[in-house]
Write a protein that binds this ligand. Sequence first.
Ligand code: GLY
Length: 419
Amino acid sequence: MNILLIGNGGREHALAWSIADSPLTSRLVITPGNPGMEAHGEMRSIAADDLDGLCALAIDISADLVVIGPEAPLVEGLADRLLKLDIATFGPRATAAMLEGSKEFARAFCARHNIPQPVFFPVSDYESACQHIDQLDGYCVIKADGLAAGKGVVVADDCRTAKAAAKSMLNGQFGNAGKRLLIEQRISGPEASLFALLDGKNAILMATAQDHKRAYDNDQGPNTGGMGAISPSPLLNEALEHQVMEQIVKPVVQGMASEGHPYHGVLYVGLMLTSDGPQVIEFNCRFGDPEAQAILPRLKTDIVSAMLATTSASLHHFDMRWDQRFAVTVVMANKGYPRSYEKGSIIRDLEAAEQDTDCYVFQAGTERAENGDLIAVGGRVLALTALGHDIASARKKAYEGISRVEWGNGYYRNDIART
Ligand code: GLY
């Protein structure tokens, strides 16, 4: 099969690595990609927001399957356009991707289908925002409705912080994404993520993971896209997985179908495990990053077969097999991320980092300089994943790999997966 993969992050590097390994893949074209993905397919330079260019490329290579990595083109309707061209597409249509594209849509949907979630109030003006913030004594979460590159959420302890966040978002901090907000009651408990495949009618559990969102050790500092991950999540046992599938994922697949927006693709369920049971923090319509880098090395089933079962509504016949070991992923970021950072520092010795068996380096914000050097140009730059029979051994191997990377400007947390 000819497969087109769209995206350029560590998540897409992990996807490229898995797709290239499939016996069903005869040709893999990746756009815009990163240097780490060169080993897995043919590279193109069409950006992920150039929907015309991506459709033309899919036609040009006679794509049998297109895999859309990031959320923005899904929310913009890339899957709809490809499906109109009769090209099988892994990723939901725009109306289904609204589960991530509009937090208000997702909350209202959950309310209609009795999916457990915190109390929420949609607002579009500062006065109403203040009224609900006061009602919750400032102990609340302020969320921009639309996509804000993972930055549109403020967790507040007091009215002053909450109101300042609401004001800044309503005043255009995230452009149109913050024209509407959600003010949510804060709930407490540990967080975990569950990934499921949905084929429009059926849903199957894929895997679970845990992200480390804060920039610094001990969960300090600003929020990031994710500084590390563990899969499976040690917090989600089989009973909890079953509960999440029954109370959240199945109502999503059935509810989206009954409302005329069947969901095809991976559903990322961000959960808080409260004393009243798991509640939805958020949905995402794509794999997590860096969760994908932890999950995919554990996948034993052919990923392309799983994607085809998803696009052809035949997941009810599908069985996914997993390596029972733990995967620990540690992200190396440019010093300064998620704030400003230097671009262009040289990275060496990635081969040495992968010298242990079951140790993988996935690239994200890298580029090849004119002289061939690998340089860091993005915030999150590398993700190193190691597998082990327990979290401690996977963690040890991941940090040994990290210590072999020669990159002066690299920064990583020291406490990923510390138990
Ligand atoms: N790691 C969080 C996300 O992918 O949204």
